[in-house]
Design a protein. Structure first.
Length: 249
């Protein structure tokens, strides 16, 4: 089996297992920089240089982390879109909306946008700061006239999580997060067109939530009253594996 056929889920797990014992213990527990790293630093500060030398020696190795190796979605449909620079990409918006429609990248870029420099916290224990630009999700929802009974926004992604090409990544957020001014459908990262590894052509940024809520490769958005009927019924790919649906930080 070549690397391309390894599912993202297996890549995710192998990254966790390939990391240090500390990360292994942390596993897939809810873990953000804000709650975990400060504890480590606080403990470290109590150790004087002399004490640290005594315990570990000056040649002891610092903790290292596994490389985060997200690859491009294992999907022929996605590869065909990427081959044309996403010129044929359309974001479909459906469900509890008065005017369902789709948006080309040019149409998304014409909507009200926001640029923000924010920190991404992944449950695997890493964080990264990036400058994101994208269409406000509120502008998209206003354009399609979200119905009052809509309670959640579901994001369907292009990347299959199973080796047989099924089990697409998906996520959902509630209306409070959907209408939040910092919730955007990002198409740029650090002043460049959003790279494939970070979710091209469009990925969700929902800044008050942990990393797995930030759906990449978003192909379709659906407004729903409940997500009980979707996939495992828990509102997201990782939620169906036991992660919390509400991952606020
Ligand atoms: N479609 C899709 N979105 C996804 C994921 C994924 O595997 N597929 N991984 C999530 C997780 S766990 C994290 S931490 C972030 C990683 O975003 P990055 O690759 O831009 O750093 O994307 C999230 N969104
Ligand atoms: Mo993550």
């Amino acid at each position: 089996m070549n690397e391309r056929t390894l599912s993202s889920r297996r890549r995710f797990l192998s990254r966790v297992l390939g990391a240090t014992g500390v990360l292994l213990l942390a596993g897939c527990e809810r873990l953000s920089q804000s709650e975990w790293f400060p504890k480590v630093l606080a403990a470290g500060e109590r150790i004087s240089e002399a004490a640290q030398t005594l315990v570990t020696g000056r040649k002891a190795m610092a903790q290292e982390f596994a490389e985060v190796d997200t690859a491009e979605p294992d999907s022929e449909a996605y590869e065909a879109l990427a081959a044309k620079g996403f010129a044929d990409y359309k974001l479909e918006v459906a469900g509890l909306v008065a005017s369902p429609r789709s948006f080309s990248l040019a149409e998304l870029r014409a909507l009200e946008s926001r640029t923000q420099i924010t920190r991404h916290d992944c449950v695997e224990g890493w964080s990264a700061i990036g400058k994101w630009k994208g269409a406000k999700l509120k502008a998209v929802l206003d354009a399609v006239k979200a119905k009052p009974e809509a309670r959640y926004v579901v994001f369907y992604c292009a990347d299959p999580m199973a080796n047989d090409g099924t089990d697409l990544y998906y996520e959902s957020i509630d209306m409070d997060d959907a209408l939040h001014p910092q919730t955007i459908l990002a198409y740029e990262l650090n002043g460049e067109v959003l790279p494939i590894k970070n979710g091209a052509p469009v990925r969700l940024r929902v800044e008050r939530q942990l990393g797995y809520k930030h759906a990449k490769y978003v192909m379709k958005i659906e407004l729903v009253e409940s997500f009980a009927h979707i996939a495992g019924g828990n509102g997201g790919y990782w939620e169906d594996q036991g992660y919390q649906w509400y991952a606020g930080i």
